[in-house]
Unconditional design. Structure first.
Length: 201
């Protein structure tokens, strides 16, 4: 909600500045573009509430608009390292959690009432339907855009994928190349044997 208020306040200030003349207006959408060049468009109000990076870009766009000029209809954000399918998931998450339907666009089921929180169910389905690469990309996008709750959600899922696996298993799951020589790896294992003992039993 603070993001929406900030964007609205800044737009109103631009609209009311000076005398005579037009200007002002509203930034209606934020467009997310991945490395594949394909774009995903989301409501500016939703992104302002969900993502600190988007909120900063919206405020910057308003500050850069000349006095008496109309603000742009859309702000473009390039999100490095991810493609459209991941950005579509990010947009869906932001829509569900921040896109309206009450204060903050959120609904939480009261504890003990015996029914599901639909947002928690949505989060479970979002992660259950994603492979490891997609979860990592969701974490990358959420971190860049600073969608804190999605970053936390993806971080927990990444941690769950790592739990109970050996170093070799983690490398295999996440496609991490081993850039140590055999000698260097043995030295690291000796210096940090406590970290490997649980997996060597």
């Amino acid at each position: 909600m603070a993001g929406k208020a900030a964007a609205t306040t800044a737009t109103t200030a631009n609209n009311d500045s000076g005398s005579g003349g037009g200007g002002g207006g509203d930034i209606r959408t934020v467009t997310l573009r991945g490395f594949d060049g394909i774009r995903v468009r989301v409501s500016a109000g939703t992104m302002a509430a969900a993502a600190a990076t988007a909120r900063a870009r919206l405020d910057e766009a308003i500050r850069r608009t000349p006095r008496h000029a109309a603000v742009p209809d859309d702000v473009l954000i390039n999100v490095p390292g991810v493609a459209r399918p991941v950005l579509a998931r990010v947009a869906d998450y932001c829509d569900r959690h921040y896109g309206g339907g009450g204060e903050g666009g959120e609904f939480a089921a009261p504890e003990g009432y015996g029914f599901d929180d639909p947002l928690a169910r949505f989060d479970d389905e979002l992660m259950d339907g994603a492979d490891v690469g997609t979860v990592v990309d969701l974490l990358r996008a959420a971190t860049f855009l600073r969608v804190e709750r999605l970053a936390d959600l993806a971080s927990r899922e990444v941690a769950a994928c790592m739990r109970g696996r050996t170093v070799e298993g983690i490398r295999q799951v996440f496609g991490i190349a081993n850039d140590y020589t055999d000698e260097e790896e043995q030295d690291v294992r000796k210096e940090n044997s406590w970290a490997f003992d649980a997996y060597n039993d």
